[in-house]
Design a binder for this molecule. Sequence first.
Ligand code: UD1
Length: 358
Amino acid sequence: MKLDIIAGARPNFMKIAPIIATLEKVTDKIQYRLIHTGQHYDKKMSGSFFEQLGIPKPHVNLEVGSGTQAEQTARIMERYEALLLKESADWVLVVGDVTSTMACSIAAKKLGMGVIHVEGGIRSNDITMPEEINRMVTDAITDVFYTTSEVANENLRKLGHDESKIRYVGNTMIDTLLKNKLRFIKPKAWNDYQLKEKQYFVMTLHRPANVDEESKLKNLIDEIVKGAREMPIIFPVHPRTAKILKGIGIEAENLHMIEPLGYLEFNYLVQHAFAVITDSGGITEETTVLKVPCMTLRDNTERPETITIGTNELVGTNPDNIAPFMKKLHQGEWKAGDIPYLWDGHTSKRIVDDLLKL
Ligand code: UD1
């Protein structure tokens, strides 16, 4: 069996790492080719994840680089199709919800290949998010879904997908988290800002809805700085957010903006934090498993189990919502949380066992 594995942007890399490590044990049966689309290309957004997570050098890099949604989609489709026309595969395995996920699924499916979607079926029901469109399009042409939750299974059933296509296997991001937990690295910021165990916040913001409008971003950050009650806030800034922040010039004594961190450094900070504030989906899964309180600055989530089971709360994007959640946190009244079923570190093994039967 010839299998193409697609990775394009930062949140893909921790999802493919354990699948590839497991595939390495069965290369006599499954020949895989790792394709990096080049959607993310910086060392900080891409290279360091390959190094730290031991992901082999991609067989092919499509080097598409940055662009608008349509430009990136078009470039990825053109270049991946050209590669397939030279040397095809039987199946393409895509993960998550980024532009590379959707673009490669379409190119492969139109050439008659089977599509495997890891993390299929999740929905925010917010069509203004590019990721939601990527999920809907990818799932519409997927042949095999590997899912992370019963909610995802139910979404797929409602869409009319046959039960035989849906395989509830758990979460490959958590395979990576549990495998690396003892290797997390204390980042330089720890000493630079004299951080103390459970006495600082970690914050990440990069969703267009939060960061693309200067005044909105400023109001959100001002409210968070106030709510932190002088505790340090470590804010590794995504390139998209950095561009906007330059124009605003926010300063506060307890707000520390730093460059994006490597996987091992970032999760060290998360593991030892008092709480995390984010608009990322993946981070809410990691805080759930690490049992760190998490506030999500979004109005919806495609990962409801991080709230119903885990330590996450949906705060919304209105700055006025932040104070009551901060109060709860400072009063030590945050929920303890539990870990969703099958988020156990063995998901990639279940996926590869199943791939061998395709
Ligand atoms: C993408 C994903 C999002 C994911 C996020 C994680 C889509 C639609 N969105 O959003 O789901 O949560 O990645 O980071 O696929 N840039 C760099 N260096 C890089 C890559 C990008 O400086 O290595 C800059 C680009 O020039 C661009 C900005 O960062 O201005 C945004 O990059 P882009 O790939 O368009 O989307 P993200 O916002 O990162």
